[in-house]
Ligand binder design. Structure first.
Ligand code: HEM
Length: 453
C-alpha cells in the first residue's frame, strides 16, 4: 500500500479534489493515490503502460485503478518519486485500505503465473478468437450486400444481418473489452488499434467505453451516483437499485424493460457525441482533453461506419432494405450485449453498496467486486466463448488486466480465497438462471417498496 513519504507536516501541501481536477492535461498532470497527490507530468511519456491511460486518469483519484493494474507493491517506489502533497477531499466514493483478502487473492494469482511461467496477457488462442470474430463480421457484411445469389434472397440477408449483429457484439465482448483493460499483449499500440476497431466497425467510441467501463463501472461497481452503468433519472424507464424512488409505472417493468434493450447500440452511438463534446463527462466521470488519435478514431470511426453500413450498400439496394437490415443487426448486437451485462450485476442476489456520509465505502474494494457480481456456467465452454468470458465476472472484476483466456484457471484460486475469508460468491449454473434473476430483480424493484418489507 502507498503511504505519504515522511515529510514534516508544515511542509505538506494540500489539495481539494477541485484543485486536483485542474491538473488534467499532458503538460500538467496530477493524480491521487490513497490520499496522496503526485505530479506525473514528466512520467507520462515514459509509462510502460502507455500515455493514454495516464491522460485519462489525470486530475483524478486513481487509487483502485493504480492498485489493480500493477503487481502488489511493484511500482510504489516509482510513484513515490512524484509525491507533492495530500488530497483533503473526495469527488467520488473512497475505499478502506486493502484488506487481507484483497492482498492474499492478488498475491496468490500473481504467484500462480510466476510459478507456471505463464504470461498473463499473451496467449495465441485469443488471436484465433479475434480472427473468427472479425472474419464473421466482414464475411456476413460482404455476402449480405454484394454476393449476387445471397443479396437476391431477403431471408438469407436477414440471417446474415443477425450473424453480423452477433459478430458486432463479439467485437465488443472480446477485442474492445480486452483492449480497454490492457489484457492482450503488453503493447499500448495493440490496445489502441484493437480499440479503434470498435469505432470503425461498430460506430461506437472506444474512448467513451474506457471512461464508462474502465474508469467508472469497474471502480464503483453498483454504487449509485458513481457507477455509470446504473445511472438512472428520477423518474426513469426502469427501477434497478434500492436507492431509487418508486413510481407506479415500475410495477410491470419486468414485462417491457427487456424489450427496449434492443436500442442499446443506437443509443450509445449518439450518446458518445454528447459525452465527449457536450457534457464532457460520463455521468460523474469527467472526460479529459482528447488527443489527436482519439479525435481521429472518434470522427473517422463514425464516418466510416455510416459509409460502409449505410451509404455504400444503398448504391446496390433500396434505402428501406439497408435500414431494415441495419436495425436487425443492431437489435441482435444490443440484446446480446445488454442481456449478458445485466445478468452479471443487475440481479436480486448481489449487493448495492452505498458510501457513508463522509464518502467512505465500508467494504474493501476487492470484497466489493465479488459481492456486487454474479457468475454463471463456469463449466460451459460454449457460454465462456460467446460471452467473452463474462460468466467469470468476479474474476474479471478482480483481475481485469489478465487475459480472459486464463479466467477458468484462476477462478478456483479466487473461489477458494473467498470461501476462506467468508466472502459470498454468487453463482448460477446456467446463463438462463442468471438472466432469470435479472428479470426477477426488475419485478421486485417494480413493486412498491413497503410491499416487499
Ligand atoms: C493510475 C493509472 C495507471 C494505470 C491504469 C496503469 C497501467 C499500467 C499497465 C497496464 C502497465 C503494464 C504494461 C504491461 O502490460 O507490461 C503498467 C506498467 C507500469 N506502470 Fe502503470 N499505470 C498507471 C499509473 C502509473 C503510475 C502513476 C506510475 C508511476 C508513477 C506507473 C508506473 C508503472 C511502471 C513502473 C510500470 C512497469 C511495471 C512492470 O515492469 O511490471 N503506472 N501500468
Amino acid at each position: 500500500m502507498i503511504t505519504a513519504p515522511d515529510i514534516h507536516n508544515s511542509l505538506l501541501k494540500t489539495f481539494t479534489w477541485e484543485e486536483l481536477s485542474k491538473h488534467n492535461t499532458p503538460d500538467d498532470a496530477y493524480i491521487a493515490v490513497r490520499g496522496s497527490v503526485y505530479d506525473i507530468t514528466n512520467f507520462i511519456n515514459r509509462h510502460p503502460g502507455g500515455e493514454d491511460i495516464l491522460l485519462m486518469v489525470a486530475g483524478k483519484d486513481a487509487t483502485q485503478i493504480f492498485e489493480t493494474y500493477h503487481e502488489l507493491g511493484k511500482v510504489d517506489l516509482t510513484l513515490k518519486k512524484y509525491y507533492i502533497g495530500a488530497l483533503i477531499s473526495n469527488e467520488l466514493p473512497v475505499f478502506p485500505d486493502q484488506s487481507d483478502f484483497h492482498k492474499t487473492v492478488k498475491k496468490r494469482v500473481e504467484d500462480y503465473f510466476r510459478k507456471n511461467q505463464l504470461d498473463p496477457k499473451n496467449t495465441p488462442f485469443i488471436w484465433i478468437r479475434y480472427a473468427w470474430i472479425y472474419g464473421l463480421l466482414i464475411g456476413s457484411y460482404y455476402s449480405q450486400y454484394y454476393i449476387p445469389f445471397v443479396s437476391d434472397h431477403i431471408l438469407l440477408q436477414v440471417l446474415l444481418a443477425i450473424a453480423l449483429g452477433f459478430a458486432a457484439a463479439q467485437v465488443g465482448l472480446n477485442p474492445l473489452h480486452d483492449a480497454s483493460h490492457f489484457a492482450v499483449t503488453h503493447n499500448p499500440w495493440v490496445w489502441k488499434l484493437l480499440g479503434a476497431t470498435h469505432d470503425f466497425l461498430n460506430g461506437s467510441s472506444f474512448l467513451v467505453w474506457e471512461y464508462q467501463h474502465f474508469l467508472g463501472h469497474h471502480v464503483y461497481t453498483n454504487i449509485a451516483d458513481a457507477d455509470p452503468d446504473i445511472v438512472t433519472g428520477d423518474p426513469d424507464i426502469r427501477r434497478i437499485k434500492p436507492s431509487q424512488r418508486w413510481f407506479s409505472h415500475y410495477m410491470n417493468q419486468h414485462l417491457f424493460v427487456p424489450l427496449i434493450y434492443g436500442f442499446l447500440a443506437f443509443k450509445v452511438r449518439i450518446q458518445d457525441i454528447f459525452i465527449l463534446y457536450v457534457y464532457k463527462s460520463n455521468d460523474r466521470i469527467r472526460v479529459n482533453q482528447l488527443t489527436s488519435w482519439h479525435t481521429f478514431a472518434f470522427w473517422g470511426g463514425k464516418a466510416f461506419f455510416i459509409l460502409y453500413r449505410v451509404l455504400v450498400p444503398m448504391l446496390f439496394h433500396s434505402a428501406w432494405k439497408v435500414l431494415a437490415l441495419l436495425v436487425i443487426a443492431d437489435f441482435t448486437a444490443s440484446y446480446w450485449l445488454a442481456c449478458s451485462f445485466q445478468a452479471n450485476h443487475v440481479v436480486d442476489e448481489v449487493e448495492w453498496p452505498l458510501p457513508d456520509d463522509s464518502g467512505l465505502v465500508q467494504t474493501d474494494w476487492a470484497e466489493m467486486q465479488v459481492i456486487t457480481t454474479q457468475d454463471y456456467a463456469h463449466d460451459s465452454a460454449f457460454w465462456t466463448s460467446i460471452v467473452g468470458s463474462l460468466n467469470f465476472q468476479a474474476v474479471h472484476h478482480l483481475f481485469p488486466q489478465i487475459s480472459q483466456h486464463h479466467y477458468p484457471l484462476i477462478a478456483p484460486i479466487v473461489k477458494e480465497t473467498c470461501a476462506e475469508y467468508g466472502i459470498r460468491y454468487y453463482y448460477k449454473d446456467t446463463f438462463w438462471e442468471a438472466f432469470r434473476s435479472h428479470v426477477e430483480h426488475l419485478h421486485n424493484m417494480g413493486q412498491p417498496p413497503n410491499k416487499l418489507d
